[in-house]
Design a protein. Structure first.
Length: 387
């Protein structure tokens, strides 16, 4: 049995249990009302109704698989109806037929909910229905009375409800399952796209930067610095090929070890030294003694390093200033240079260097980046990341 059928049977049996116990309790209260049933026969009805309630409880817990208890419950319900409608002395009271309606048309009929999933069970329910209606008709003296109509209506409603639940629950479950599959596929596609974008950023910050230097014959960079950067890039590619997930500490420097938090000051110096070897003097202002979660620190430093790389490549100066400030919620870095600057409207927003390596990285950790520049007035970039 698949999971959808199991969920269907569980819902059907729990519904039958709740409805049946409620109707049995109502019928007992009605029979116990003074003048409705004789005390002797009420005492005989109560044990049968209790057996009916026990059968409903067991069927409800078993998910509808306790078929023997379904038969026991039907027999107990019919027997209770017979005992209640056949007093030992005199004629039955006028209200007794009405009092057994919840018992015959509700509690006993509730088993129909779990009997509506196969033809054999439907036949069993039909026999019980005929017996229940016949007993009430004999007690009232006619088929065309309110108690008989109430019993017929009760069985009909319960039977229809059982069929509707039995067909709609698996359909709804399959739709939910298909939605779940679609969600998992979408999430997997999103993760794949995120990995692709991360790979593009890593290549841009490392291998492409090194290839750019080679294309310009390493102008402004010592041979030792170029060799060191190429070695770092080769180590990164080797780790990626072996399935590693690098945790970047600075552009061109990667570690495969992850920690909960790391101090910003320890990694700012490595960034300064790296760009110093490449001919860009970085002056730090403010404090670097800030603890950041590893993933935030990675994004913040890589965005900062990309800004410095843009200064080195495009600003036409050999010095940049980085001011670090922070409060209880955010850490901010302001990267400024006195270079040639540029017209913001003349630069495409789709350029990978800024959109992905700076804005994209910070956005993923809840941060942001703002760019200010004009021709001849240098460039300022403000980076923000949450603590």
């Amino acid at each position: 049995m698949d999971i959808f059928a199991q969920e269907r049977d569980r819902l059907l049996s729990s519904t039958a249990r709740t409805l049946g116990i409620a109707c049995a309790a109502v019928s007992l209260l009605a029979l116990a009302y003074p003048g409705v049933a004789e005390p002797l026969h009420l005492a005989a009805v109560v044990p049968l109704v209790l057996v009916l309630i026990v059968a409903l409880a067991i069927v409800g817990r078993s998910g509808g698989h306790a078929r023997a208890w379904v038969v026991v419950g039907l027999a107990a319900g019919i027997a209770a109806t017979v005992v209640a409608l056949l007093p030992a002395t005199g004629e039955p009271s006028p209200g007794i037929a009405t009092a057994v309606v919840p018992l015959a048309g509700g509690a006993t009929a509730s088993f129909t909910i779990v009997l509506s999933s196969s033809r054999l069970r439907v036949v069993t329910a039909s026999v019980a229905f005929v017996v229940a209606v016949t007993l009430v008709a004999l007690a009232t003296g006619s088929l065309f009375t309110f108690p008989v109509a109430a019993v017929v209506l009760g069985w009909a409603l319960v039977f229809v409800a059982g069929i509707w639940l039995g067909r709609s629950v698996p359909l709804a479950a399959r739709r939910i399952y298909s939605i779940g599959n679609a969600h998992r596929a979408e999430r997997q596609a999103s993760e794949t796209e995120a990995q692709r974008r991360q790979g593009a950023r890593l290549l841009h910050d490392t291998v492409l930067a090194t290839l750019t230097l080679l294309a310009h014959s390493g102008v402004g960079v010592t041979a030792q610095a170029l060799q060191a950067q190429a070695a770092e890039d080769a180590r990164l590619l080797r780790h990626l090929r072996l399935g590693g997930t690098p945790q970047p500490q600075a552009s061109g420097e990667y570690s495969l070890e992850t920690v909960e938090e790391a101090p910003l000051g320890q990694t700012l110096e490595s960034v300064k030294q790296r760009f110093g070897r490449m001919g860009l003097e970085v002056s730090w202002h403010g404090t670097g003694q800030v603890l950041l979660p590893t993933h935030v620190l990675d994004a913040f430093l890589l965005a900062l390093a990309e800004c410095l790389e843009n200064v080195r490549r495009h600003a036409g100066v050999t010095e940049a200033h980085v001011t670090i400030i922070h409060d209880d919620d955010m850490v901010r870095a302001m990267v400024t240079d006195a270079g040639v600057g540029f017209d913001l409207e003349g630069i495409s927003e789709e350029r990978l260097g800024f959109k992905e390596s700076v804005v994209g990285r910070l956005h993923e950790v809840g941060g942001s980046a703002r760019l200010f520049s004009s021709p001849g007035s240098g460039t300022t970039v403000v980076l923000e990341a949450p603590r």
